[in-house]
Design a protein around this ligand. Structure first.
Ligand code: PEP
Ligand code: MG
Length: 549
């Protein structure tokens, strides 16, 4: 029976699959489109055209080898040498002289074009491996399929899979769970490890390369979910337990309560690298239960708690009491280490269906972030009271999102004071998220009144360069690699140190080791990132700081 028949809207749905890679993940679904079955044209060639077709095959093999060489070096650098051998093997298959000879024979004797000959020969090898009574060899057949796909893409003039996948999932900066019928090794290594919380597939055994790579990358994964693209709709919250092969669509509160314990069991070996002097590395969390992972990673604090995710997961706004419980749990768990909790950052690319927001033509420039909090003071006041109460467990830094002007910060902070003055509270600091260019351009004034600054590079890049962070068409332009961006960071860093106020960076680039040397040079000595990236960042920082001292 199809599982989808049982799904009621908004109800929790539990699915049993096969565990592929250990760990628990909780995020929204991103459906990876099925591979586009390109119309490969097969035709007979006129006499005398065989050598021309053969030359096309040789050219395609050269291009494929170059593409695979790039993947090999990327994978050995980021994941491991052993894992990169998967692609070395594919490279050898593509260049195999016996295979090329067979293709040449088919072209010459049957007078068919390059595509037809390639498919004929590679299909035969693939089915030979499929028929062998060995799971290992059956899985290797999929490598032949990948090589065939790559060569056909090249002959067809299409983008390679790795570019397609990274463009497809370049949308948004939040973490997600990839859902696909099947993932090839190339697709798997093209997933952004910063944002891929896990993946769920319909096909692909435990010996598949995708599974091997998922384990090496520390990404939880489950397979064997029938009709996966239909039962797990795009954008829905899903919990995935890669240890037990369980997938829960729209997990309810009682399910989520069971999982904090499971999370503790999912430590990445890299995540427990000890702190490094000279660079504080904190954790970004979306749910209070994520704090366990942060502790396992020895995070030096919570640099960003995106509280709106608690509402997304609950499917509604939380009461003051519910918010208090979550914030207090995080503060208590961090035992005196800094905890930066961001006020609800709603609107724009983070709409909440269950609050009545106006329809806008351009929501990213509309009623969002600080503006929304000023317009919906009921939301702000409830959260302010929960935060003030939670500060009794330990100090809290409150981050004000999407501040475009000093007046917004002052108005909201005053509102906070007015509505929490009757409560017993601990130490609460109020700071600004630097993610709108106007705010950065008045950094000196901001630091006169704010207690700290937090750089939201994800939105800062979007608004500085007028480039949508969620649009794959412009993904190439969405980058920190422009001098003007770094000048702005320098200005923020100088303003913070002149005012003697803390500054940290909590956008995704903080977890990308290639930017660490420059961030450190700029004077930014505190970054915050997803817990699983902390180990890698510290290893890089150790090298950088070791070199410079
Ligand atoms: C940012 O904008 O850089 C940020 C950290 O916040 P978010 O990604 O939630 O917008
Ligand atoms: Mg932001």
């Amino acid at each position: 029976m199809s599982v989808s028949a049982k799904i009621r809207p908004n109800a929790e749905v539990r699915l049993q699959g096969y565990p592929l890679s250990e760990g628990v993940a909780l995020a929204h679904v991103v459906l990876l489109e099925a591979a586009d079955p390109k119309a490969v044209t097969y035709y007979r060639i006129p006499k005398g055209r065989a050598e021309e077709e053969l030359a096309r095959v040789h050219e395609a093999v050269r291009t494929a080898s170059a593409q695979l060489a790039l993947i090999v070096s990327r994978v050995s650098e980021r994941i491991g040498k052993a894992q990169s051998n998967i692609f070395v093997a594919q490279q050898m298959m593509a260049q195999d002289p016996v295979l090329l000879e067979e293709i040449a024979t088919v072209i010459r004797t049957e007078r068919v074009n390059a595509e037809a000959a390639l498919v004929r020969v590679l299909d035969r090898y693939e089915s030979l491996l499929h028929d062998v009574d060995s799971d290992y060899l059956k899985e290797r057949a999929s490598d032949i399929g990948e090589v065939r796909r790559r060569l056909l893409d090249i002959l067809h003039g299409s983008e390679p899979q790795e570019t397609l996948v990274s463009n497809m999932v370049a949308q948004g900066n939040n973490r997600y769970i990839i859902v696909a019928e099947e993932l090839t090794p190339t697709q798997t290594v093209s997933l952004d490890p910063l944002r891929t919380a896990g993946f769920i597939t319909e096909r692909g055994g435990p010996a598949s390369h995708a599974a091997i790579l998922a384990r090496a990358m520390g990404i939880p994964a489950v397979t064997g979910i029938a009709d996966v693209r239909r039962v797990l709709p795009h954008g829905e919250p899903v919990l995935l337990d890669g240890t037990n092969g369980v997938v829960v669509l729209r997990p309810g509160v009682s399910t989520l309560q069971v999982y904090p314990a499971a999370r503790r069991a999912t430590v990445q070996h890299l995540s427990s690298v000890a702190p490094v002097e000279g660079l504080a590395v904190m954790a970004n969390i979306n749910l209070s239960t994520d704090v366990d992972e942060a502790l396992e990673a020895q995070a030096e604090g919570i640099g960003l708690y995106r509280t709106e995710y608690e509402c997304f997961m609950a499917g509604r706004l939380l009461t003051e009491e519910e918010q208090y419980e979550r914030y207090a749990a995080v503060v208590e768990a961090m035992a005196g280490r800094p905890v930066y909790i961001r006020l609800l950052d709603l609107g724009g690319d983070k709409p909440l269906e269950f609050i009545d927001l106006p329809q806008e033509d351009n929501p990213c420039l509309g009623f969002r972030g600080a503006r929304l909090l000023m317009g919906r003071t009921d939301l702000f006041i409830t959260q302010a009271r929960a935060l003030a109460r939670a500060s009794q467990q330990g100090p809290i830094h409150v981050i004000y999102p999407m501040i475009a002007d000093l007046s917004q910060f002052l108005v909201l902070r005053e509102l906070y004071r007015q509505h929490t003055s009757d409560l017993a509270a601990g130490e609460v600091k109020h700071g600004v998220m630097f993610e709108v260019p106007s705010c950065c351009l008045m950094a000196e004034e901001m630091f006169e009144v704010a207690d700290f600054g937090s750089i939201g590079s994800n939105d800062l890049i979007q608004y500085l360069f007028a480039v949508d962070r969620n649009n794959s068409l412009v993904a190439k332009d969405y980058s920190p690699d422009y001098p003007v961006f770094w000048s702005l960071l320098e200005r923020l860093s100088q303003a913070a140190s002149a005012a003697g106020k803390p500054l940290s960076l909590c956008g995704e680039m903080g977890g990308q080791p290639q930017y660490l040397p420059r961030l450190i040079d700029t004077g930014i000595r505190s970054v915050s990132m997803s817990s699983r990236l902390i180990g890698l960042a510290r290893l890089s920082a150790r090298q950088i700081l070791g070199r410079s001292s």
